[in-house]
Design a protein around this ligand. Structure first.
Ligand SMILES: Cc1cc2nc3c(=O)[nH]c(=O)nc-3n(C[C@H](O)[C@H](O)[C@H](O)COP(=O)(O)O)c2cc1C
Length: 335
């Protein structure tokens, strides 16, 4: 029997079962291409780019790598215009997050795309598979960024794997090194999906202050709340504790509209457009102002991420460590 990881690699046209999550605008063309060149799957965050930005990003990736890549769509925002770009650019893989978008999945399948769907419970498996989803991404509550479910990765993966039958399951949330890859495979996953670890890749476009805070953070230094609701209301997200979260906690966690500094313009995009406090976007290299007060999404995996590395080194070290663990003598506790 072929191992799930091998089947996943063959299906996606990749060499190693490691996916770089679509980490918003931090998923730069350089990062996506570097992951693709290292044999993993790089994903562009389509909804964060807008159609023109997506077109430019795909073009830039294609100058660096011809390997398989994918584009992610957030179902909170319009999907069709992003799908138009994916099809025009002949990108082979689309990933959906934030609920099941049946018309968008049907359109992607009819066009011959490989469809990945992020879920947070075993109950979501059957409707996704019935819709034609090819790969399930099980996101545990440990994850950074927007969090769909309420179950931690360790308990979620076996439950989803049991429900998924032959459909490959990729584990997301809290995974940052080869130990996580080996563990996910032991739980029945076909591969892993890492966001926070790739935020601290040398090719990531995350702002240096954000990366420095991520490198310094412990596993206990994140907060899961709906705090960053300007631009995307009522959606739980996990972020590093920063001055904005600290002030909100100190004020007794007031509801939206009554929070400290509501409406303050705390930072600006590279083109000068202002960014208010509690806005949904992360700071990237071109962001100016009080970037530490912005949404600094990160998973509980932050505690394992202590060093900036190239995407190629992240992937290579994970593969070596996981292979050593999986072929090693961990079962010899009676010896
Ligand atoms: C900065 C950041 C931005 C994210 N943006 C997206 C996104 O646009 N689409 C998506 O499907 N997931 C997004 N996620 C969630 C990731 O896909 C993934 O589930 C998560 O990073 C896994 O947890 P980890 O950070 O511990 O690896 C984002 C995560 C982070 C940290």
């Amino acid at each position: 029997m072929t191992l799930p990881a091998r089947r996943l690699c063959d299906l996606l046209g990749i060499q190693v079962p490691i996916v770089q999550a679509p980490i918003g605008p931090a998923a730069s063309a350089d990062l996506v291409a570097a992951v693709a060149e290292a044999g993993g799957l790089g994903l562009i965050a389509g909804s964060a780019r807008g159609t023109e930005g997506l077109r430019d990003t795909i073009r830039a990736v294609r100058q660096l790598s011809q390997n398989a890549i994918g584009v992610n769509i957030l179902n909170e925002f319009p999907a069709d215009s992003i799908l138009d770009e994916i099809l025009a650019a002949k990108i082979p893989i689309v990933s959906f997050f934030w609920g099941l978008n049946l018309p968008a999945i049907a359109r992607a399948k009819a066009a011959g795309l490989i469809v990945m769907q992020t879920i947070g419970s075993a109950a979501e498996v059957a409707p996704a598979v019935a819709a034609g989803v090819d790969v399930l991404v099980a996101q545990g509550q440990d994850a950074g960024g927007h969090v769909w479910g309420t179950v931690g990765t360790m308990a979620l993966i076996p439950a989803v794997v049991d429900a998924a039958g032959d459909v490959p399951v990729i584990a997301a949330g809290g995974i940052a090194d080869g130990r996580g890859l080996a563990a996910a495979i032991c739980l029945g996953a076909a591969g892993v999906w890492l966001g926070s670890r790739f935020l601290a890749a040398q090719e990531s476009a995350a702002h240096p202050n954000y990366v420095a805070r991520l490198l310094a953070a412990k596993e206990t230094d994140t907060d899961l709340s709906t705090l960053y609701d300007v631009g995307w209301p009522n959606a739980p997200s996990r972020a590093l504790v920063n001055p904005t979260i600290a002030a909100w906690r100190a004020a007794g966690k007031p509801t939206s509209g009554a929070r400290p500094g509501e409406g303050d313009l705390i930072a600006a995009y590279g083109d000068g457009r202002p960014i208010p406090r509690y806005f949904v976007d992360i700071p990237v290299t071109t962001t100016t102002g009080d970037v530490a007060a912005m949404a600094l999404y990160a998973g509980q995996s932050a505690g394992q991420i202590n060093q900036m590395l190239s995407a190629a080194d992240i992937i290579q070290q994970m593969v070596v460590q996981a292979k050593t663990l999986l072929s090693g003598s961990l079962a010899d506790w009676t010896a």
